[in-house]
Design a protein around this ligand. Structure first.
Ligand code: UDX
Length: 485
């Protein structure tokens, strides 16, 4: 089939909020560059997005496609077990479905050109096998920080050096075998799955293989910026032909939309409906007086943990806005039950919502701090907004991110591995009162750097232009698409 040179890019995110959202931002940015975009979700997530986001209004230039994830319709998809299920099953069920989709895209005559490039999530490396059958180039997009990805590249070394599994229970022992992070990371700052007793642990081994497979792509996209993670990005360059650090994507997308007078500037809830009432509540609060509390889209907490957090927040006597997703609490207790057990009236300073417009919340002048699980999107959104953090990481990249926040960038406190009301209360007061000036100064400095990166002469804009040119050259260098299998 002849091509006219307009690049058609397939976007394949991992099926979770923290992966879909930055991929959507990237797709929106590239569609501004004139590219055709096909965005592929699992059927389940496609229906959720249709329900919670006006995709045709927000993404008029995309075509959305969905493929089955291989599980029955009543399979539980809202918790971490689903992620593990998906890791296990994706090569068996999702991979053939992706192949079917590519065949149908090839056969489609209008309105799109045949795809020449796939941007696939960096934990879905099987996608490159399928793309290669169709002579489509694959660029991987890893949604983690550069510090974290560099750590993942050293997982095998950690095993070889006898660091993982840990030889004793001292979680404060420094990790010395990751170049550039010597004396920064301790055992407790390694990704959560390193706390295993077995070097053959399937999750640990999955990430070792998947991280190494990333280098098969023609390049690597990172949602970060040279201004903040330059040294780690340079180090990662030793594994890849091209590294495109083009973050923070949410801020870059907003800036491009503003410049093009696009109506689409909102972040939208993606997989959840946003409760925008909280913005009005924030309007009534003094500047920098409210703590925002949210633990992202995946982690689950026990009723006891919620109770400790709740007491700590209430005892700090600060106002707080807390996102409690319907599936946040494990077990049968709801937040209503937990509150009922408490003295009445004690929540007068707090507001609980099930899903917030997080980007807008963090940019609201009433917000003075963020108690976060240190997911990379949340961390970036907080950095851009200049909001200092209390980090309470639970898994994967979050342990590394929180260490960077507290130890390298000095824009927050790391509360990892504790959940005690007195510590919560103390850290909230430290963040919002005692260390406020110091924290705000570092947070403002980092926010400026993040914003510089997305200016026209900033590093992320320059890297984006390189990415655009490289994708264009893929569509001009190939003139025929055929299936070789
Ligand atoms: C997951 C991992 O946990 C994270 O560490 C990894 O970097 C990406 O995948 P998640 O846990 O959901 O993501 O955290 P995070 O990366 O912070 O992403 C959450 C996203 O949901 C953010 O973009 C945030 O703005 C959005 N969000 C969260 C809302 O819009 N409203 C909310 O109420 C809560």
């Amino acid at each position: 089939m002849e091509k006219t040179g307009v690049p058609h890019v397939i976007f394949l995110p991992f099926p979770a909020q923290g992966h879909i959202k930055p991929m959507l931002n990237l797709a929106e940015i590239l569609s501004h560059a004139g590219f055709q975009a096909t965005f592929v979700n699992t059927e389940h997530n496609h229906h959720r997005i249709l329900h919670n986001t006006d995709i045709h209004d927000r993404f008029p230039k995309f075509q959305f496609k969905s493929i089955p994830d291989g599980f029955p319709s009543d399979h539980l998809r809202s918790d971490l077990l689903y992620i593990r299920d998906f890791f296990r099953s994706c090569r068996v069920a999702f991979k053939p479905a992706l192949r079917e989709l590519l065949i149908s895209l090839k056969e489609e005559k209008e309105p799109c050109q045949p795809p020449t490039c796939m941007i696939a999530d960096g934990i879905m490396c099987f996608a490159i096998d399928v793309a290669e059958e169709f002579e489509i180039s694959t660029i991987f997009f890893r949604t983690f920080s550069a510090h974290c990805l560099w750590t993942y590249f050293h997982l095998s070394k950690l095993i070889e050096e006898g660091e993982v599994p840990f030889q004793d229970e001292n979680l404060d022992k420094p990790i010395l075998c990751i170049p550039g992070l010597e004396n920064v990371l301790r055992r407790r700052d390694l990704p959560g799955f390193c706390r295993t007793e077995n070097a053959d642990d399937p999750i640990l081994q999955f990430f070792i293989k998947e991280t190494s497979a990333l280098t098969r792509g023609t390049g690597l996209i990172l949602n970060t910026m040279n201004e903040i993670e330059g040294l780690m990005i340079t180090r990662l360059g030793s594994f890849f032909n091209k590294v495109y650090a083009i973050g923070p994507l949410h801020a870059l997308k907003s800036r491009i939309n503003e410049n093009s007078s696009s109506s689409s500037t909102s972040s939208d809830g993606i997989l959840w409906k946003e409760d925008k009432k909280c913005l009005k509540w924030l309007d009534s609060k003094p500047s920098r007086s409210v703590l925002y509390v949210s633990f992202g889209s995946l982690i689950n907490l026990s009723g006891e943990q919620i109770l400790e957090l709740l007491h700590g927040l209430v005892n700090s006597e600060k106002s707080f806005l807390w996102v409690i997703r319907p599936d946040l609490i494990v077990g049968d207790a709801t937040i209503g039950d937990i509150l009922k057990e408490q003295e009445t009236g004690r929540l007068e300073r707090g507001l609980i919502v099930s899903w917030a417009p997080q980007e807008e919340v963090l940019l609201h002048p009433a917000i003075g701090g963020f108690l976060t699980h240190s997911g990379w999107n949340s961390t970036l959104e907080s950095i851009v907004a200049g909001v200092p953090m209390i980090c309470w990481p639970q898994m994967a990249d979050q342990q590394v991110n929180s260490r960077c926040v507290s130890e390298i960038w000095k824009i927050g406190f790391d509360m990892k591995d504790t959940c005690d009301r007195s510590i919560v209360e103390k850290l909230v007061r430290e963040l919002m009162d005692n260390n406020r000036e110091e924290m705000m100064e570092s947070a403002n400095k980092l926010a400026r750097l993040a914003r510089d990166s997305i200016e026209e002469d900033g590093s992320s804009c320059i890297n984006l232009e390189k990415l655009i040119q490289d994708i264009k050259s893929m569509s001009s260098s190939l003139t025929q698409v055929h299936i070789s299998g």
